[in-house]
Design a protein around this ligand. Structure first.
Ligand code: ARG
Length: 467
C-alpha cells in the first residue's frame, strides 16, 4: 500500500505514490548531474528574493550557506541521493530544508518548470562552450598534420573514383571547414541558451513582486554589453525545448562529419590505398588473425554518429504534437542531450588523438597521384585556351583517353601525332599539361588546391587557431 510521502507536493494527497510509480518517474538518476546549476540557480533566486524583500538577508545568507555545504558534499561524493524524492531539485531542496529553516521560503515565486528550464540553459551554455573548445583542439591537430605533410599530393575522389590531384593539405582543410561550422553551431547554441527562464513560474509567472532582471544578471544571462536577457513569454518558456534540439542537432551534424572523416581514414589506411598509417594507440588487433590492425577509432567515430542522430530524433519525437505547456513527457528530454554531449566530447578527443598520431605514406601517395589520367580535365582546358568550345574539348579528350586505353598506354605516352588525329588544335606543347607541378600551380583562385592557395589557407587557420 502506498504511504504518504515526503514529496514537496504532498499536501493535497492522502497517499503517496506507489513504489513502482516512484521507480518509474524518478529522474535523479540522470539529472543529478545538474546539481551545480541547480544550486547556483537557487542562490541567484534567493538573492533576488532578499533584494525585493520577500525573504530577509539573514534567511538568504542561511540558504546560501546551506546550499554551499550541499554542493561541497555532492562534489565530495558524500551526498545521499534519494530516488523517492524524484529529481535533483527536490533532493537538494529537501536536504536544505532539513538543515536550514529558511529553506521553506526558497521556492517562493518559482516552479520546477522554470527551475529545470534554467538549470538546462546553464548546462547548455557550459556544454556547448566545452564542445566548441574541443573542436578547436581537434582542429589544431588537423592543422599540424596538414602542415607536416603540406606538399604531399593525392588523387581527389568523386564517386570514389580518382578525379583530380589535390594536396593532402587541401583535403584535410576541407575537414577543417566542416569542423569550423560545427564550432559555429555550438556557439549558436550558447547564444540561444542565453535567456533566463526564472520568473515564468509553472506557466503564468507569479503575483509576487520579483525582479527577473536581477536574477538573470546574477546567473550571467546577459548580452555583450552586460544587459540582462529574460525570456519573453512564460508559457513558451516552460514548454520550449528548442535549444535541446539545436544542441542535439549540432552534435548530430558534428557526428555526420566524424563519420565522413572516418570513412576517408578507413579507406586511406587499407592496404588497397595505404596513404596513411593510423596510430597503434587508436587501433586494435584481431582475436583470431594475427596480422590485423583495425581502424577501430574511426569505425566507432562513424558508428557513434548514428547514436547522435538517434538522440536528435528522440527529442523531435518527444516534442512533436505536445500541447503547451509543460508535460511530464519533457523529463525525457535530458538523457538524449547528456548522451550527445558525452559522446561528442569523447569523439572529438579521439579524433584529435587519431589525427595527431597518423603517419602519411608519401611513397604511396606519390604513386597514386602520378596517374596522368587525373589531368584529363586539364587537357580539355588546354584545348579551351586554344579556342575550342568546352563540350567539344571534353569530347576530344574522351577520345584521347579511349585511344590510350586501346593502345594500353598511359595518356602521356601517346605521341603528338596520335592526339592530333583526334583534334587538330593539339599542338606540340600538349604534353606539358602533364607536368603535375605546373598543373597544381595553375589552380590559383580562392578555394582551389594550388600551392599558393593552400599556403594561404594554412596561414589563415594558423592565425585563427593560433596553436
Ligand atoms: N524532473 C522534472 C523534469 O525534468 C522537473 C519538472 C517537474 N515539473 C512538474 N510539474 N512535475 O521535467
Amino acid at each position: 500500500m502506498a504511504k504518504p510521502s515526503q514529496v514537496t507536493w504532498g499536501g493535497r494527497f492522502s497517499a503517496g505514490p506507489a513504489e513502482l510509480m516512484l521507480r518509474f518517474s524518478e529522474s535523479v538518476s540522470f539529472d543529478a548531474r545538474l546539481a551545480q546549476f541547480d544550486i547556483v540557480g537557487s542562490k541567484a533566486h534567493s538573492a533576488m528574493l532578499a533584494k525585493v524583500g520577500l525573504i530577509s538577508k539573514a534567511e538568504r545568507d542561511a540558504i546560501h550557506k546551506g546550499l554551499d555545504a550541499i554542493l561541497a558534499e555532492i562534489e565530495a561524493g558524500t551526498f545521499v541521493w534519494n530516488t523517492q524524492l524524484e529529481d535533483v531539485h527536490m533532493n537538494i531542496e529537501h536536504a536544505l530544508t532539513q538543515r536550514v529553516p529558511a529553506a521553506a521560503r526558497l521556492h517562493t515565486a518559482r516552479s520546477r518548470n522554470d527551475q529545470v528550464a534554467t538549470d538546462m540553459r546553464l548546462w547548455f551554455k557550459e556544454a556547448a562552450a566545452d564542445l566548441a573548445a574541443r573542436v578547436r583542439t581537434a582542429q589544431r591537430a588537423l592543422l599540424a598534420l596538414a602542415e607536416r605533410d603540406g606538399e604531399v599530393l593525392i588523387p581527389g575522389y568523386t564517386h570514389l573514383q580518382r578525379a583530380q590531384p589535390v594536396f593532402l593539405a587541401h583535403h584535410l582543410l576541407a575537414w577543417m571547414e566542416m569542423l569550423d561550422r560545427d564550432a559555429g553551431r555550438f556557439d549558436d547554441v550558447i547564444a540561444q541558451a542565453n535567456w533566463c527562464p526564472l520568473g515564468s513560474g509553472a506557466i503564468a509567472g507569479t503575483t509576487l513582486p520579483i525582479d527577473r532582471e536581477f536574477t538573470a544578471k546574477a546567473l550571467g544571462f546577459v548580452d555583450a554589453r552586460g544587459r540582462p536577457q529574460v525570456t519573453q513569454n512564460s508559457m513558451d518558456t516552460v514548454a520550449d525545448r528548442d535549444v535541446f534540439i539545436s544542441f542535439a542537432a549540432a552534435c548530430a551534424t558534428t557526428g555526420v562529419h566524424f563519420s565522413r572523416m572516418a570513412a576517408d581514414l578507413i579507406l586511406w589506411s587499407s592496404v588497397e590505398f595505404k596513404y596513411a598509417d593510423l596510430p597503434d594507440a587508436f587501433c586494435t588487433g584481431s582475436s583470431l588473425m594475427p596480422q590485423k590492425k583495425n581502424p577501430d577509432s574511426c569505425e566507432l567515430l562513424r558508428g557513434k554518429s548514428a547514436r547522435l542522430q538517434g538522440n536528435l530524433h528522440t527529442l523531435l519525437t518527444l516534442t512533436k504534437g505536445l500541447p503547451l505547456t509543460y508535460n511530464r513527457d519533457l523529463q525525457e528530454d535530458k538523457p538524449p542531450v547528456f548522451d550527445s554531449y558525452d559522446q561528442t566530447a569523447i569523439c572529438l578527443d579521439v579524433l584529435e588523438g587519431t589525427l595527431a598520431g597518423m603517419k602519411v605514406n608519401r611513397t604511396r601517395c606519390a604513386e597514386a597521384v602520378s596517374d596522368p589520367a587525373l589531368l584529363a580535365t586539364d587537357l580539355a582546358d588546354y584545348l579551351v585556351m586554344r579556342g575550342v568550345p568546352f563540350r567539344e574539348a571534353h569530347h576530344a579528350v574522351g577520345a584521347v583517353v579511349k585511344l590510350a586505353e586501346g593502345e594500353a598506354v598511359k595518356l602521356d605516352q601517346l605521341s603528338t601525332e596520335d592526339v592530333q588525329t583526334v583534334h587538330s588544335k593539339f599542338g606540340p606543347d600538349w604534353i606539358k599539361v602533364f607536368d603535375l607541378k605546373r598543373a597544381m600551380a595553375m589552380r590559383r583562385g580562392t578555394g582551389m588546391p594550388g600551392p599558393k592557395q593552400v599556403k594561404r589557407q594554412l596561414a589563415r587557420w594558423r592565425k585563427k587557431l593560433n596553436p
